[in-house]
Design a protein around this ligand. Structure first.
Ligand code: TYD
Length: 724
C-alpha cells in the first residue's frame, strides 16, 4: 500500500462486511429487540403484581408469590429449550414466532384483568415458554442471513439486542411506575407496565409478520439448540454439538478432531489442554466463578422488590434497583475484556467474582435506597466483568457461553426458589443497641447469607483459576494498574546477571514510521566511532531461521494466522536471536543495539491484538531466558504522522487499522512509563540530529567506560560495526 503524508490512516487489512448493512438482519434484530424488551419488562411487571396481589400482607406470602413468578420465568429456558427447538424446526418459523408473540400479548393483557396470583404465575411460565422459539430462530437464521466473515459480529450484535434490553426495561419500568403513581395514584399496581409489555409483544409480532424477507431464504436445516441440562451434566466434558459446528465456523470440528486423538471432547479452558489436575482445577474454578456471579445477581433480583419496599421505595424503587444492577452488568460486560490488560485474566475473573459477592454486604446493611442502587450497580459491574472474562477464557467461546449460561440458569433457578422464602422465614427484626435501633430486614439478612456463602466460594474459584501461583497479588495488581506486568525479583534477576558485567544491551522500540531504524543505526555508528565493539541487529529476522519466520510473519499472503501463533512465531524468532546473536555478543563484551525486542511483542501482539499482555510477557520471558535490555529507547510519534511516513508497500502488520496502531502506541507508552529507569522516551517528531544527540547523552550514562563529553570527534581503530 503506497502512502504519502496525506493519505490518512483509514485502512483496515481485511474489510469486513458489516452485518448491520444487511437489511433482513436488521429487521430480525429489530424484532429481537422488541421481543426482548417485552420479556425483560415482564419480569419486574409480573413479580411486582404478584407481590401486590397476595392478600395477606405478611412478608413470607409476598416472597413466595415473587419466588414463584421468578422460578417460572427461568424454568422453560432450562428444561424446555430443546422441545421448543424441535417443535419450531418442524413449523413455519415466521408463523410460529408471530403466534408465540400474539400468545404472549394475550397472556400479558389478561393478567391485570384476571388479577390473581395463580394466573400471574401461569403467565410467567407462558411468557417464558413462548420466548424460546426466538433463541432457536436467531441461531438458525444467522448463518443464512450473514456471510461467515460477519457472523461473529452479527452474533454479538444479536446478544446486545437481546440482553442489552434488560437495563432499558428496568428503566422503562421505573418510569412507568412513576407515571402510574403520578397520574392514577397507584404506586404499587403494575398494570401500566404490563400493558406496555403486551404492546411490545404485539409490535414484535407485527415486525416479524412483515419481515418475510428474513425467512424467505431460510431453507437449510436449522441447528437444534443445545440442552442446558445436558450441558450441565456433561460438565467439563463438553460435547461438540454437530449442528452447532456447522452453523458456527466449525468451532466444534476442532473438538471432534481433538476427540479422535483421544482427548476428551473439547477443552473448555485455554492453556490447560491436556486433561489433568491443572485443567480440572481451571474448569472447576470457572464453573464456580460463574456460580458465584449468578448467585449474586439472582439474589439481588430475587429480593429487589421486597428490599426496595423495605427501604421506602415502591415499584419505582424496585425498577431503579433493577436498573442499577442491569446497567452495572452491561457496563461490566463491555469493560471486562478491556480492563487492566497487563493483568492475568484468570486472576481478574476470580477477583471480580469475589468483589461481586462482597458487594452484597453493604447492600444488605445500608438503609438508603439511593446508595443501595449505586451499590447494586457496582455489584452488577463486577459480575459483568467476571462474566465477560469467564466466557472468553476458554478457547471455544461459543460452547463455553452455552455451558456457563446453563450453570447460571440453574443457579438462578435455585436462588429464585430459595432466597425470597428464606427472607420471609427470617422476617424483619428491630435490633436495639444501647439506645440506637437498627431495622434488620428479612431481605437484608437473606442477602447477607448469600454473601457469606458466595464470598468464600469466590476465593476458592480464584485459587483454582490462579495462573500466577506463587506471585504475590498486591505487587502484581499494582504493576498492572501502572500498565505493566509484574516480574518477581528472583525471576527478573535470572539470566542477565550472568552477563551484566560484560556487554551492554540497548533496544530501540516504537510504532511504524517512528524512525527507530535510522536512530538505531546512528547510535551504532556513534558508538563504533568511540571504539566500541558494536553488534547492530534487528527483529524479526536477524538469523537464518529468523529470516524465514520473518517472511511468514510479514508476507501479506499469510492470511488467517491466529494471534497466538503470530505471538509464538515472534517469540521463536526472538529466542533464536538471543541464543545465536545477542547473548554471544554480550558475552564477549560487545554493545548490542537491537532494532525492536520484547516490547514490540507486548505492544503489537498484546495491546494491538488485544491479547493478554501478561501471558505474552511470560512466553517471551521464557524465550529470552530473562535477558532484559539495559536501556530501551522508545521513539514516539503520533500514529498519524508515523503511518504517513511509510512510503513502501505495507506489510501484514503495517496494513493493520489505525486503531490497532494507536493501541500499539499507547501500549509502548504504558510499558515505558511503568519503568522510567530503563527507558528513554524520545519525541521523534523533531529533527533527526536533535533526537540522535538526546539518545547519545542517555547512552553515555550506561556505558561501561563512560565516554568523556567533548570526545565526539574521536575515531578509533577499534573493530568496526558488525551488521547482522
Ligand atoms: P520491520 O520491517 O522490521 O519494520 P519496522 O521498520 O516497523 O521495524 O517489521 C517488523 C514488523 O513486525 C513491524 O510492523 C512490527 C512487527 N512486530 C511485531 O508485531 N511483533 C514483534 O515482536 C516484532 C519484533 C515486530
Amino acid at each position: 500500500m503506497n502512502r504519502t503524508g496525506t493519505t490518512g490512516p483509514s485502512r483496515s487489512a481485511e474489510p469486513r462486511p458489516a452485518a448491520s448493512a444487511i437489511g433482513p438482519f436488521r429487521r430480525l434484530r429489530a424484532a429481537v429487540s422488541l421481543s426482548s424488551l417485552g420479556f425483560w419488562l415482564s419480569l419486574p411487571a409480573l413479580t411486582a403484581l404478584a407481590g401486590t396481589l397476595t392478600r395477606d400482607e405478611h412478608l413470607s406470602s409476598r416472597a413466595q408469590a415473587i419466588a414463584g413468578v421468578l422460578v417460572l420465568l427461568v424454568l422453560p429456558a432450562l428444561l424446555l429449550a430443546p422441545v421448543a427447538g424441535a417443535v419450531t424446526s418442524r413449523l413455519d418459523r415466521r408463523i410460529t414466532l408471530v403466534a408465540a408473540d400474539v400468545l404472549r400479548f394475550a397472556v400479558v393483557v389478561s393478567v391485570p384483568l384476571v388479577d390473581a396470583v395463580p394466573w400471574t404465575m401461569a403467565a410467567a411460565f407462558l411468557v417464558a415458554f413462548a420466548s424460546l422459539p426466538w433463541i432457536f430462530v436467531v441461531d438458525a437464521s444467522l448463518p443464512v442471513l450473514v456471510p461467515e466473515e460477519g457472523r461473529e459480529e452479527a452474533r454479538r450484535s444479536m446478544l446486545r439486542a437481546g440482553y442489552g434490553m434488560a437495563p432499558v426495561a428496568a428503566v422503562v419500568f421505573a418510569v412507568l411506575a412513576l407515571i402510574a403513581d403520578a397520574a392514577f395514584g397507584v404506586a404499587e399496581r403494575a398494570d401500566l407496565p404490563l400493558y406496555v409489555t403486551a404492546v411490545l409483544f404485539l409490535a414484535a409480532a407485527a415486525t416479524t409478520f412483515t419481515a418475510s424477507e428474513v425467512f424467505s431464504s431460510a431453507t437449510t436445516t436449522p441447528p437444534p439448540s443445545p440442552s442446558p441440562l445436558k450441558l450441565l451434566f456433561q460438565g467439563q466434558r463438553l460435547q461438540s454439538h454437530p449442528a452447532q459446528g456447522q452453523a458456527r465456523n466449525g468451532q466444534s470440528q476442532r473438538g471432534r478432531r481433538g476427540a479422535k486423538r483421544g482427548h476428551p471432547e473439547g477443552t473448555p479452558v485455554a492453556g490447560a489442554h491436556a486433561a489433568g489436575p491443572a485443567h480440572d482445577d481451571a474448569v472447576r474454578g470457572l464453573t464456580l466463578a460463574a456460580t458465584v456471579v449468578a448467585l449474586v445477581v439472582a439474589a439481588l433480583i430475587a429480593v429487589a422488590r421486597l428490599h426496595a419496599r423495605n427501604l421506602g421505595g415502591g415499584d419505582a424503587g424496585y425498577g431503579s434497583l433493577l436498573a442499577g444492577l442491569a446497567t452495572g452488568l452491561a457496563f461490566g460486560l463491555f469493560l471486562g475484556p478491556r480492563m487492566l490488560e497487563p493483568f492475568s485474566r484468570r486472576r481478574l475473573l476470580g477477583l471480580t467474582a469475589i468483589a461481586a459477592a462482597l458487594a452484597l454486604v453493604p447492600i444488605a446493611l445500608v438503609q438508603n435506597l439511593v446508595v443501595v442502587v449505586f451499590l447494586a450497580a457496582f455489584a452488577g459491574m463486577a459480575a459483568g466483568v467476571a462474566w465477560a472474562l469467564g466466557t472468553r477464557l476458554p478457547d471455544d467461546v461459543l460452547r463455553a457461553f452455552a455451558y456457563l449460561r446453563a450453570v447460571a440458569l440453574l443457579t438462578a433457578l435455585v436462588v429464585f426458589a430459595a432466597v425470597p422464602p428464606l427472607a420471609g422465614l427470617i422476617g424483619d427484626h428491630r435490633l436495639e443497641l444501647g439506645g440506637a435501633t437498627y431495622d434488620a430486614s428479612g431481605t437484608g439478612l437473606a442477602l447477607l447469607i448469600v454473601a457469606v456463602l458466595s464470598a468464600p466460594a469466590g476465593v476458592v474459584a480464584y485459587r483454582r483459576l490462579d495462573d500466577r501461583r506463587g506471585i504475590p497479588l498486591r505487587p502484581d495488581l499494582a504493576a498492572a494498574l501502572r500498565g505493566y506486568v509484574y516480574t518477581p525479583p528472583e525471576e527478573a534477576a535470572q539470566g542477565p546477571a550472568v552477563i551484566r558485567d560484560r556487554g551492554v544491551f540497548i533496544a530501540f522500540e516504537g510504532g511504524e514510521g517512528a524512525g527507530k531504524t535510522t536512530q538505531a543505526r546512528l547510535a551504532a555508528i556513534w558508538l563504533r566511532d568511540h571504539g566500541y565493539d558494536v553488534v547492530s541487529t534487528h527483529e524479526p529476522g536477524a538469523t537464518k531461521i529468523g529470516m524465514r519466520l520473518r517472511a511468514m510473519l510479514l508476507d501479506k499472503e499469510t492470511t488467517g494466522l491466529s494471534a497466538r501463533a503470530e505471538t509464538l512465531l515472534y517469540a521463536a524468532d526472538r529466542a533464536d536471536h538471543v541464543a545465536n546473536v545477542i547473548r554471544p555478543a554480550l558475552e564477549r563484551g560487545a554493545i548490542v543495539v537491537s532494532d525492536r525486542y520484547v516490547d514490540s511483542s507486548l505492544a503489537y501482539q498484546g495491546f494491538g491484538r488485544r491479547q493478554e499482555v501478561s501471558a505474552i510477557a511470560r512466553v517471551n520471558a521464557w524465550a529470552i531466558g530473562g535477558l532484559v535490555p539495559d536501556l530501551t529507547i522508545l521513539l514516539e510519534v503520533p500514529t498519524e504522522t508515523g503511518l504517513g511516513r511509510l512510503a513502501s508497500p505495507a506489510d501484514r502488520i503495517e496494513g493493520e487499522s489505525y486503531e490497532f496502531h494507536e493501541r500499539v502506541r499507547e501500549g509502548f507508552r504504558a510499558l515505558a512509563e511503568a519503568d522510567p529507569d530503563r527507558y528513554l522516551i524520545v519525541d521523534a517528531s523533531r529533527p533527526q540530529a536533535e533526537i540522535a544527540r538526546e539518545i547519545q547523552y542517555r547512552i553515555r550514562e550506561i556505558l561501561p567506560d563512560p565516554v568523556p563529553a567533548g570526545t565526539e570527534d574521536v575515531t578509533s581503530t577499534f573493530p568496526a560495526i558488525t551488521d547482522v
